[in-house]
Design a protein around this ligand. Structure first.
Ligand SMILES: Nc1ncnc2c1ncn2[C@@H]1O[C@H](COP(=O)(O)OP(=O)(O)OP(=O)(O)O)[C@@H](O)[C@H]1O
Length: 568
C-alpha cells in the first residue's frame, strides 16, 4: 500500500493545483445534491402542513433555492468529470514519459520486452483508479460526514449519536475491506492476463511452425486455459465488490430506518419540526450514494497496489554518478600504460540462474589493441561484452575502463567512450538521418553522408530521391540484411569512442560482405581498442590476441595463429 500512497504524493507534487481543483469541484454536486434533497423534503412537508393549517408560507425563496441547487448539481457533475479526469490524465501523461524513460535504462531480465511494455501500459492505466476512484470519493465522503456531524450536533445530541454511529459503521466497512483485501487474487488475475496475451502472441507469430508440426490446436487450447483462469480470478474480484456493495446498501437502509425512529422521537420531544425532519430523512436517503462512490476503488485496491508497486520498482533510478572532470576516462596513446579495458577477478551469474557464467575472469585490453573473444557457444562471450559496456554489472570483481572503475564513470561519459556494435542494431521507423543521429544528434548532413560512404551505403541511399530523408520501415524494412548491418555500422562511425565492443557484427553476412564490413570498420576505428566477439575465421585473423574462454584456466590468452590452426 506504500506504493499507492507514493503515487498519490507524486501526483500531488506533480500538479497540486489541478489535484485540489478536481476535489473542490467534485464537492459542489455532492453538496448541491444533498441540499436539493433536504430543501425539497422540507419544502414539500412545510407546504403540506401550511396547506392543512392555512398558515402563510413563502414559496418563492425555497423554489429558487431548489432550482439553484439543481443547476449547480448538473453543472457541477459535468465540471467534476472534466476536471478530475483532466487532473488524472495530465499526471498520467507526464508519469508515462518518466516511466518509459526509466524503462529504457533497465535490463528486462527474463522478461519479453513486448510483455513488459504491455503489462506496464496496463499498470499505468490502472493508476487512474487512485485519484478518480479513491482519493476524490474518500475526501468527498470525509467532508460530507464531518459537515453533517456538525449540523446534527447543532440540532440534537441523539441525531449526532446516530449519525456518528453510521459514519463509524461505514468507516468500519471500508477498513474491513482494506484489511481483507488479498493480493493473491489480483496476482492470479494479472498472471492469467499475461499468460493469455503471451500465448496469443506466440500463436499469432508462430502459427506457420505450429501448423507444420501440428501444434495449432494445443496452442489455441492453452490460450483458452489462460482465459478461463482469468475469468475465474475476475469472478472472485466481482464477488468481493458485490459483497461490499450489498454491505453498504444494507447499512444505508438500516441508517434510514433508525433515523426515521430518531426523527419521530425528536419531533415528539419538540426538538425538531416535522418539516425539518422530512428534509433530514431525504438527506439521509442521499448519503449511501456518496459513501458508496469509493467502493469500486476500495475493492480494486489490491490490483492497484500491485500495479503501483511494479511501477515504483521500475522508477527506482539506478545510482547516477555525477559527471566530474576527475572521473573522465584518461586519453592515452596507443601503447599507453593504462589498458583501455581491464577485468580483474570478475564473476557473473544471471539473476535467477543456478550457475555463474563467469568465474574469476581477469584480462586486459591495451589501447588500440584488437582482442578477440573465442569459445564454444554459451561460454559467456556476449556477457563479457555487456559487462564491458556496463549493460550488466558483475557480481564480483572489478572492471576498469581507461584505469577507472567502470561504476565511477558517469553514464554520459561511458556512452561517449564505449560503442557497442551488435549482431543486429535496431532500426527505427524513422528517416535514415534520424536513424543515424541516434549515435550523434549533432551530426550534420555532410557527416552523415561521410559515415554512409565509409559504410559503403551512400550510393544505395542516394538512389532514393529523398536521400537521407527516406523513411525506413519498422526494423529497417526496405533494406536488405547486409544493408541494415551497414547502416548500423554508419551509425557507429558517427562516434569516436576509446573502446568498440563488436558482438558478432558480421553474423549472417556472406564471407565477402563480412570481410568488407570488417575492413571498413578497422580502417575507421583509428586508435580505439576493440573487444571482438568472434565466430568467424576472418575475425580471428584480424585480431592481435585471442582470449579463448573455453581453454583451461591460465591458458586463455593465445595467439590468433594457434587458434586459427585449430579453427577448421
Ligand atoms: N538474459 C539471460 N538470462 C539468463 N541466462 C542468460 C541470459 N543471457 C545469456 N544467458 C546464459 O548465459 C550463458 C552465456 O551466454 P552468452 O550469450 O554470453 O554466451 P556466448 O558465448 O555469447 O554464446 P553464443 O556464442 O552462442 O552467442 C549461456 O548459458 C546463456 O544461456
Amino acid at each position: 500500500m506504500r506504493s499507492v500512497w507514493h503515487i498519490i504524493r507524486t501526483q500531488h507534487r506533480y500538479d497540486s493545483f489541478h489535484f485540489w481543483l478536481g476535489i473542490l469541484v467534485a464537492l459542489l454536486p455532492a453538496a448541491a445534491g444533498l441540499l436539493l434533497l433536504g430543501v425539497s423534503g422540507w419544502f414539500i412537508a412545510a407546504a403540506a402542513i401550511a396547506g392543512l393549517s392555512g398558515a402563510f408560507l413563502n414559496i418563492f425563496a425555497p423554489s429558487a433555492l431548489i432550482r439553484a441547487f439543481a443547476i449547480v448539481r448538473t453543472a457541477g457533475r459535468y465540471g467534476e468529470r472534466v476536471l478530475t479526469h483532466d487532473a488524472t490524465f495530465r499526471f498520467l501523461t507526464g508519469f508515462r514519459n518518466r516511466l518509459f524513460a526509466a524503462m529504457a535504462l533497465k535490463t528486462n531480465d527474463g522478461q519479453r520486452s513486448g510483455l513488459l511494455l504491455n503489462r506496464l501500459t496496463l499498470d499505468v492505466a490502472v493508476l487512474d483508479t487512485i485519484y478518480l476512484r479513491l482519493v476524490v470519493p474518500l475526501v468527498l465522503s470525509l467532508v460530507v460526514a464531518v459537515s453533517l456531524l456538525l449540523v446534527w450536533s447543532s440540532v440534537s445530541p441523539l441525531l449526532l449519536l446516530t449519525g456518528a454511529a453510521f459514519v463509524l459503521a461505514w468507516l468500519g466497512l471500508a477498513v474491513w475491506t482494506f484489511a481483507r483485501s488479498d493480493t493473491k487474487t489480483a496476482r492470479r488475475s494479472d498472471a492469467a492476463l499475461d499468460a493469455m496475451r503471451l500465448r496469443a502472441a506466440d500463436l499469432a507469430a508462430g502459427r506457420r511452425d505450429l501448423a507444420i508440426y501440428g501444434g495449432l490446436e494445443a496452442a489455441a487450447d492453452s490460450v483458452l486455459v489462460a482465459d478461463t483462469r482469468l475469468a475465474e480470478a475476475q469472478d472472485v474480484e466481482d464477488h468481493r465488490t458485490s459483497k461490499l456493495t450489498a454491505g453498504s446498501t444494507l447499512l444505508g437502509q438500516l441508517f434510514l430506518a433508525v433515523m426515521l425512529l430518531v426523527c419521530l422521537h425528536e419531533v415528539g420531544n419538540g426538538a425538531l419540526t416535522a418539516a425539518f425532519s422530512v428534509g433530514l430523512i431525504l438527506v439521509v436517503m442521499g448519503l449511501p450514494e456518496i459513501f458508496s462512490m469509493s467502493l469500486p476503488g476500495l475493492s480494486r485496491l489490491p490490483r492497484v497496489a500491485l500495479a503501483a508497486g511494479r511501477i515504483m520498482h521500475l522508477m527506482r533510478r539506478p545510482e547516477e554518478v555525477e559527471p566530474s572532470q576527475s572521473l573522465s576516462v584518461p586519453e592515452t596513446g596507443r601503447q599507453g600504460a593504462v589498458p583501455a579495458l581491464a577485468l580483474e577477478d570478475v564473476s557473473f551469474g544471471y539473476p535467477g540462474a543456478d550457475r555463474r557464467v563467469l568465474e574469476g575472469l581477469s584480462f586486459h585490453l591495451a589501447q588500440g589493441e584488437i582482442l578477440a573473444l573465442a569459445g564454444r557457444s554459451g561460454c559467456g562471450k556476449s556477457t563479457i561484452g555487456a559487462l564491458a559496456a556496463r549493460l550488466r554489472k558483475p557480481g564480483q570483481g572489478k572492471i576498469l575502463l581507461g584505469g577507472l572503475e567502470i561504476d565511477r564513470i558517469s553514464e554520459k561519459e561511458l556512452r561517449r567512450k564505449v560503442t557497442v556494435i551488435g549482431q543486429k542494431a535496431y532500426l527505427f521507423n524513422e528517416t535514415v538521418a534520424e536513424n543515424l543521429r541516434v549515435a550523434n544528434p549533432d551530426a550534420g548532413d555532410t557527416e552523415l553522408w561521410r559515415a554512409l560512404e565509409q559504410a559503403a551505403l551512400a550510393e544505395r541511399i542516394s538512389e532514393n530521391p529523398k536521400g537521407l530523408q527516406t523513411i525506413l520501415g519498422e526494423g529497417g524494412l526496405g533494406l536488405s540484411g547486409g544493408e541494415q548491418r551497414r547502416l548500423a555500422l554508419a551509425r557507429a562511425f558517427l562516434t569516436r569512442p576509446a573502446l568498440f565492443v563488436l558482438d558478432e557484427m558480421t553474423e549472417g553476412l556472406d564471407a565477402a560482405t563480412a570481410a568488407d564490413v570488417l575492413d571498413r570498420f578497422l580502417s575507421y576505428r583509428g586508435d580505439a581498442a576493440v573487444l571482438m566477439i568472434a565466430h568467424r575465421r576472418q575475425e580471428l585473423e584480424r585480431a592481435d590476441r585471442v582470449l579463448d574462454l573455453t581453454a583451461p584456466c591460465g591458458s586463455g590468452i593465445r595467439s590468433p595463429e594457434i587458434i586459427l590452426s585449430e579453427f577448421q
